[in-house]
Design a protein around this ligand. Sequence first.
Ligand SMILES: Nc1c(NC[C@H](O)[C@H](O)[C@H](O)CO)[nH]c(=O)[nH]c1=O
Ligand SMILES: CC(=O)[C@@H](O)COP(=O)(O)O
Length: 223
Amino acid sequence: MAAINPSTRGILDRTSDRIFRCNHNSISQVRFNSALLPGMQSIALQTLPCYQTKEAFRMHVSAAMRELTGSVTNVEGLRFAIVVGQFNEFVTKPLMDGALRAFKTHQVKESDIDIVWVPGSFEIPITAQTLANSGKYHAVLCIGTIIRGETTHYDAVANAAASGVLSAGLNSGVPCIFGVLTCENLEQALHRAGGKAGNKGAEAAVTAMEMASLFYHHLSKLK
Ligand SMILES: Nc1c(NC[C@H](O)[C@H](O)[C@H](O)CO)[nH]c(=O)[nH]c1=O
Ligand SMILES: CC(=O)[C@@H](O)COP(=O)(O)O
């Protein structure tokens, strides 16, 4: 293990965007700093004893540190609910189809997916929380499309949907994934439902799989 060089400043690890620093001369006293601001170079690092090479630091930290991630390759047997808004169905249906393709790509069985249609995005949160609280699903994917009109109703619905889906996850402890488009116009929505900006439904399904596997294989086993 490389000796700590007292004159070395903290190591900036661009891959994880964190500063790794060591306190005193003990390599066990390793602390992480939170994510860096873009203008990292302008932030003066305290001169602290630290490793001479990042690799030496990593060898030590990796011996002590666990990194937990979910993976779409680890979803066998996990069950998913999809809550989808009927409002703007010409957009939400392609979003849902994108999600189903993503689930199929990663071998999630159709029998492990339940789809629940609700009138609009405002009705998604209560439905998501009910499904999550049932204990039958490892993640709940919420799909909707909110397009701004003439009034401020857009803001009410969008804010309610976002905060509602967040609360459903926090209240239930089951990952509730926000796959609701909030768009200024129809063109923006169509671009994100299989157009030039991709399919946000498929992206949200990948997030649902990653979170479901993270919780099922790792976080649910933390003591
Ligand atoms: N304008 C949009 C709505 N509005 C309907 C609400 O979601 C809700 O169903 C109604 O307020 C009754 O509670 N919903 C969307 O999903 N997208 C919209 O653009
Ligand atoms: C997001 C909405 O609720 C929107 O469709 C309503 O349109 P408007 O504000 O013109 O009534």
